[in-house]
Design a binder for this molecule. Sequence first.
Ligand code: ADP
Ligand code: MG
Length: 221
Amino acid sequence: AEKRLKDQEKLASIGQIAAGIAHEVKNPLTAVKGFLQLYQEDHSHPYLMTINEELDRALDTIKNLLQVSKPDLQDEPFVQINVCKEIKSMLFLFQDRLYSVEVEIDLKDSEKTIKGKKNLFIKAFYNLMTNALEAIEGEGNIKIEHYYKDGCNHIIISDTGIGIPEEKIHILGTPFFTSKSEGTGLGLTQVFTTVQEHGGNIAVQSVLGKGTTFHIQIPVT
Ligand code: ADP
Ligand code: MG
């Protein structure tokens, strides 16, 4: 099964609606949180802490959603990004989480750069790596490749995880699509919007029970 990033307009319009809703919900929730804090100063009840935590969780989701659906709002400057350097420093963050997962790294054109928003790119890579890890039950492998070809940086992340059912491949990147009980369904939305914003393309290949490959191409501009 394969998906290419071509439904960009659809993705953008879903993102805009989601951002609109997120924005509308954020204000009343922030108000509730404020009044809850005032109330808590005079009263104490074990439920209040739970209410506060759940409010924070909802606000966190909204913050993420606003971030992925309105990347333009993050007026991060475009800088030269050394792809391989960022991949390596990202991997460092996963050190403690790689118990039974072997990571193979094959970074070929380590001097190549892309022009882009560094934090968005780092986050996208983090999201892909997180998904790859979460897809692996028990032991498995993740392979990260980088090479430069025909004016494009190619970044390939493959895992030997559970795979994605064929009929779900085309909806990847849609906000809130998740198969995980604790998932947000916003990670891939962030990845797709970031790649799109950098003029790139993503191809997803997956075989159920065998694993998944995300192949990202980002042109050097
Ligand atoms: P979340 O991880 O919170 O569920 P994402 O947007 O990161 O949200 O991913 C959406 C869904 O896409 C996941 O719930 C999962 O079903 C599927 N998915 C993404 N990456 C992988 C992968 N590497 N292997 C298997 N399934 C994946
Ligand atoms: Mg995820």
